[in-house]
Design a binder for this molecule. Structure first.
Ligand code: 1HE
Length: 263
């Protein structure tokens, strides 16, 4: 495995193995609470991924994925600094969500507040059985500020988001799977193995298909139906025209490619 120099980004580490990059929130002593510096480092790491990387596995060091916003930074901050802070989170998470490389996240322990906002920007979410999900903003006297009122609400509906914030309801891994916060629930300690298995699959897709999934699909979801169908048809035409796509289709027709089987 090639270890990259992470001396300029000690709060977020990066290592690369073939086409798969491992990005780790590395502040376990503060339960991976997201400081501004950490969000900047996260953005830098994702901005600097080499072209050879075709899937990322994001995880949090220690017993908790992330305790959310670093509350110590809120103590003295002004309204304008807080808006700037939100803008930084939007920029960082937008870069990741609409970037070139699909991201699989492994979540354990607390996935709360800004930690859940980060997870909701990622493409495939794996929860270990001890993961729990909360939005303690109501209790803390604040509000979502990292894109969660848009992204989490798109995943589970705004009514559930409101209920979690109002009552402090903490969602366990099973419920998270049922309502769409997690795509997979695995046993404690199994998250990374599952993530690697999925990352291999994601990385073996043609880049143009993954581009369409990351860039076009969210746009289509926001468009009126007639525009969405037009965008879809254009994206379909472009992907289908690529020689690599034709090779894959022919491989199936000539019985050289795998059939689809249940997981
Ligand atoms: C922190 C933070 C933090 C821990 N900001 N320092 N998020 C929250 O309201 C969650 C707050 N955190 C917790 O409820 C608990 O820390 C945990 C359940 C995540 C973990 O508990 P535990 O017992 O394992 O750890 P701990 O002893 O509480 O925390 C260890 C240290 O991390 C401790 O500091 P220390 O100097 O005493 O060792 C904690 O103060 C520190 N720590 N969480 C700052 N969040 C863009 S808007 C998003 C808005 C939000 O995210 S609101 C939700 C904030």
């Amino acid at each position: 495995m090639k270890e990259l120099d992470t001396s300029s980004a000690p709060l977020v580490t990066l290592s690369i193995e073939g086409a798969i990059a491992m990005v780790t929130l590395n502040r376990p002593e503060k339960r991976n609470a997201l400081s501004m510096a950490m969000v900047e480092e996260l953005m830098d790491v994702f901005s600097s991924l080499p072209k050879s990387v075709r899937a990322v596995i994001l995880s949090g060091a220690g017993e908790h994925f992330s305790a959310g916003l670093d509350l110590s930074e809120l103590k003295e901050s002004s309204s304008s600094e807080n808006i700037e802070g939100s803008m930084l989170w939007y920029e960082a998470f937008g870069k990741i969500q609409f970037g070139r490389v699909p991201v699989i996240v492994v979540m354990q322990g607390a996935v709360v507040g800004g930690g859940l906002e980060l997870a909701s920007a990622l493409h495939v979410r794996i929860a270990e059985s001890d993961a729990y999900f909360g939005l303690p903003e109501g209790q803390r006297g604040i509000f979502l500020g990292g894109g969660g009122s848009v992204r989490i609400a798109k995943l589970i509906g705004f009514s559930r988001v409101a209920e979690m914030m109002l009552t402090g309801h903490v969602v366990d891994a099973t419920e998270a799977h049922q309502i769409g916060l997690a795509h997979y629930v695995v046993k404690k300690g199994e998250g990374m193995r599952k993530a690697r298995e999925l990352a291999e699959k994601v990385a073996s897709n043609l880049p143009m298909s993954n581009f369409a999934i990351l860039k076009a699909l969210p746009l289509i979801a926001e468009q009126p139906m007639s525009h969405g169908l037009m965008t879809e048809s254009l994206m379909a035409a472009i992907t289908q025209d690529a020689p690599e796509a034709k090779d894959r289709v022919n491989a199936f027709l000539q019985k050289r490619a795998n059939k689809i089987t249940p997981d």
